[in-house]
Structures are given as C-alpha cells and as structure tokens.
Write a protein that binds this ligand. Structure first.
Ligand SMILES: CCOC(=O)[C@H]1CN(C(=O)c2ccc(F)c(F)c2)CC(C)(C)c2c1[nH]c1ccccc21
Length: 233
C-alpha cells in the first residue's frame, strides 16, 4: 500500500519543483509576436533565438531550485546544464505546442516554425516528437518532474560524480512513477511510455547539432548565451 502513496516529504519535494516550474513560464510574449504577424524567415529566426535565450535563463533558475542540485560539484552542475539544455528546450517546446491553444494558433505557430530557415529534414522528427508528447496529455506536475529528471541525467558528457547525480535523480523518478499511477490509473504502462519519450528526446540533440551547422552556413546570428550553451562559433 505505502509503495503507491505519495509521502508527505515527497509532496513537499514535488511542490518545490512544480512551483519553480510554474514560476518560469515560457515567454508568452514571443509566441504572441510569432502569432501576431507574418514575418520573414530572418525575423522568425531572430524571434526563435530570443525565445531560446530566455528559455536558457529560465532553465538555469529552475535547475537551481532542484533540491540538492547546488550541493553538486560545480563543474558537474555546468556539465548537467550544458548536457540537458537542448533537450529541455525541445521538451518545453513540445509542452507549449501541445497545450490547448485557441483554435488555429498551433497551426500558425507550426507554419512560422516551418518558415524560419530550418531545413525540412529536421522538421519531421521535431514535430513527431511534439505530437508524441501531446498524446501523453501530461499534467503539470509530470511536466515539471520530467524536466528535472532530464536535467539530472547522470551520463552526460564530462560529469565526474555520476553516483551523486543518480542520488538526486532517483527520488525524482520515484515521485514521477507515483504521479503517473495517480493521474493515469487506467494506463499501467504510462510511466514507461513517459521515460521512452526521453530516449526520443536524445535523438533531437543530434538533429540540433546538424541544424546549427546548417544555420552556420548562412551565417545566422546567435546570442552569446546560446553560443555558450549550444557550443556554436
Ligand atoms: C521553449 C524555447 O524553445 C525554443 O527556443 C525553440 C522553439 N522551437 C519550436 O519548435 C517552437 C516554436 C514556436 C513556439 F511557439 C514554440 F513553443 C516552440 C524549436 C526550434 C524551432 C528548434 C527553436 C527554438 N529556438 C530556436 C532558435 C533558433 C533556431 C531554432 C529554434
């Protein structure tokens, strides 16, 4: 019985993460700008880099609020942030694009994304991922915890103290497992499907690296923060 129940301390732990996650909503102003007018591919790209830059700032704040993160080795903290930034961006994008928007808005956003200088070959895996996340109908707590689990992935490049990261990720996974059972009682495999999305998410890292080189070709500009976190220029 106690295996299924979310304990008091797990609830407190989850509250910290969910409150922090909700405090850092994606900048709606960028999506609003994207929805407002038809811009050129160049202007769309600039809006997207603006969105990416503020998302990285939001990601750092959220990560600092993950219980125990700040007591990790400092270099490992950086390695975890750098290693998960792109995945967190795509996860966030999927969550934003799969939330119910006034009808037609999602299609308009998709059209804007398709017209932003990104080659077609990356659109398919990206939109497939967005759809597969959308189909899960995650509740907000699951979204927040899944993001935290993604950040606390022990096997990122350059992480030295794996066990320390695992010790932080494990309780997160345990709470997530219980949440899934609670919110999706008729889908015993829901938790497994959720973790399967993280595997799909990793493949997007590879596409992103390819995208960057293609953008480098037609010398697209990035912000210093993006250059830092995306290892460009
Ligand atoms: C949450 C922060 O996400 C981003 O910043 C993504 C946004 N991306 C989306 O698909 C997207 C688009 C419109 C929305 F309204 C939305 F919610 C998500 C993905 C991608 C197109 C690959 C991208 C982003 N930033 C970039 C900068 C330069 C080039 C490409 C991108």
């Amino acid at each position: 019985k106690e295996k299924a129940e979310i304990t008091k301390e797990q609830q407190a732990f989850m509250k910290v993460i969910v409150d922090s996650y909700n405090r850092h909503q994606i900048p709606q102003d960028v999506t609003k700008k994207l929805l407002q007018e038809q811009y050129s591919a160049e202007e769309n790209f600039i809006l997207l880099t603006e969105m990416a830059t503020s998302q990285v700032q939001v990601l750092v704040e959220f990560t600092k609020n993950i219980p125990g993160f700040l007591s990790l080795d400092h270099e490992d903290q950086i390695a975890l942030l750098k290693g998960s930034a792109v995945e967190a961006m795509f996860l966030r994008s999927a969550q934003v694009l799969s939330t119910k928007m006034p009808n037609g808005h999602t299609e308009v956003l998709e059209e804007r994304i398709r017209n932003s200088g990104i080659s077609e070959e990356f659109m398919t895996p990206m939109f497939n991922f967005y759809k597969s996340i959308g189909k899960l109908h995650m509740v907000q707590e699951e979204q927040a915890l899944l993001t935290a689990v993604t950040i606390l992935t022990p096997d990122r490049p350059f992480v030295k103290d794996h066990p320390a990261v695992e010790r932080l990720q494990e309780p997160m996974l345990e709470v997530l497992r219980k949440l899934c059972a609670l919110h999706h009682p008729r889908e015993p495999q829901y938790f497994a499907r959720l973790l399967g999305r993280l595997t799909e998410l990793r493949t997007l890292n590879h596409y992103h690296t390819e995208m960057l080189t293609s953008w480098r070709m037609n010398d697209q500009k990035f912000t210093p923060l993006l250059c830092e976190i995306w290892d460009v220029q």
